[in-house]
Design a protein around this ligand. Structure first.
Ligand code: MG
Length: 305
């Protein structure tokens, strides 16, 4: 499996959470935590405090006599509402959390493919170098072997440090959700182009709220939340929505797409599968990528695992 589970703080046994612990045991665990935690901190240990079961008094974990929250099936502080899944965050904002699928860990392109001469999937030709890979000029775009629908995606990219070209001809690539919906990648540092074609744009539809570029050659980050469109037969029943944080700055705020990315033509939706591969665009410029990870989004109030 691709899913990395709780690697940073992996306990030896399944980590209990939101469980009521019976009286004497709870007191003992609480006392242990009080005794151990300050000592660990005083000695400067890098280890996190030992995980202990949570203690709670009866009634402290919710109620069943409260009103229903408008628009929801749950009561206010509903004792029966499932606890959210536990995720261990990455050590830094760019590191994958425990439930992410790592699409590139700095070593190989095993999660990716390119289209072969007969339409078959082939191993990508894009070069992998010191912890990053680079768009292979004119070898074609690259796409994930897995398919995705609603996702959170983290990707870091850098346009060439040696500046060449103008407008769309400078460090052009793209993060193309479902192989159809492009968040533009472009060197925007002292580079002018049409507003709906710059980095951070939903290409051909929406310029970013602001442009937040770093200089060419420097690593930049996109954190993208993508809601896939929904179709019933040939009918669009829900459009796609895209949120983009560009170098931590909000560039797209749950913006609705009016169709698949198009160049010089009107964007339109064409019905497609619920999940499709993620594509990175080869636009014949050597753009670098690293730290690529993705999380499938399952929505609120999933059953407890
Ligand atoms: Mg592009």
């Amino acid at each position: 499996m691709d899913v990395r589970r709780h690697q940073a703080m992996a306990p030896a046994v399944k980590q209990p959470r939101h469980r009521i612990v019976a009286g004497a045991t709870a007191v003992a665990l609480f006392a242990t935590a009080l005794a151990v935690t300050p000592f660990a901190r005083q000695t400067g240990s890098a280890q996190p405090p030992a995980a202990t079961a949570q203690t709670a008094k009866p009634g402290e974990l919710g109620y069943d006599d409260t009103p229903t929250i408008p628009g929801q099936k749950w009561k206010v502080h509903d004792i029966n509402r499932p606890a959210p899944p536990l995720v261990t965050p990455g050590a830094t904002a760019s590191a994958p959390p425990s439930d992410a699928i790592v699409l590139f860990d700095g070593k190989d392109l095993s999660k990716w493919a390119q289209r072969g001469p007969n339409g078959e999937n082939i191993q990508p030709k894009w070069p992998v170098k010191d912890g990053y890979f680079e768009t292979g000029a004119k070898s074609g775009s690259m796409f994930t072997r897995d398919s995705f629908g609603d996702v959170q995606l983290h990707v870091e990219w850098a346009t060439p440090s040696v500046v060449a070209g103008t407008s769309q001809g400078r460090g052009n690539s793209g993060v193309i959700l479902m192989g159809r919906y492009e968040v533009q990648v472009l060197d925007m540092y002292n580079n002018r182009t049409y507003a709906d074609g710059g980095a951070g744009s939903l290409y051909g539809q929406w310029p970013p709220l602001v442009s937040a570029p770093r200089p060419p050659g420097e690593w930049q980050a996109y954190d993208i939340i993508f809601e896939a469109p929904r179709f019933e037969g040939d009918k669009l029943v829900k459009p796609a929505f895209v949120t983009v944080l560009w170098n931590g700055v909000l560039a797209q705020h749950r913006k609705e797409l009016v169709g698949a990315t198009a160049h010089r033509t009107e964007p339109k939706y064409t019905p497609h599968a619920a999940e499709l591969p993620l594509t990175l665009q080869d636009h014949s410029h050597p753009v670098r990528y690293r730290n690529v990870w993705i999380r499938r989004l399952a929505g609120y109030d999933q059953p407890e695992r």
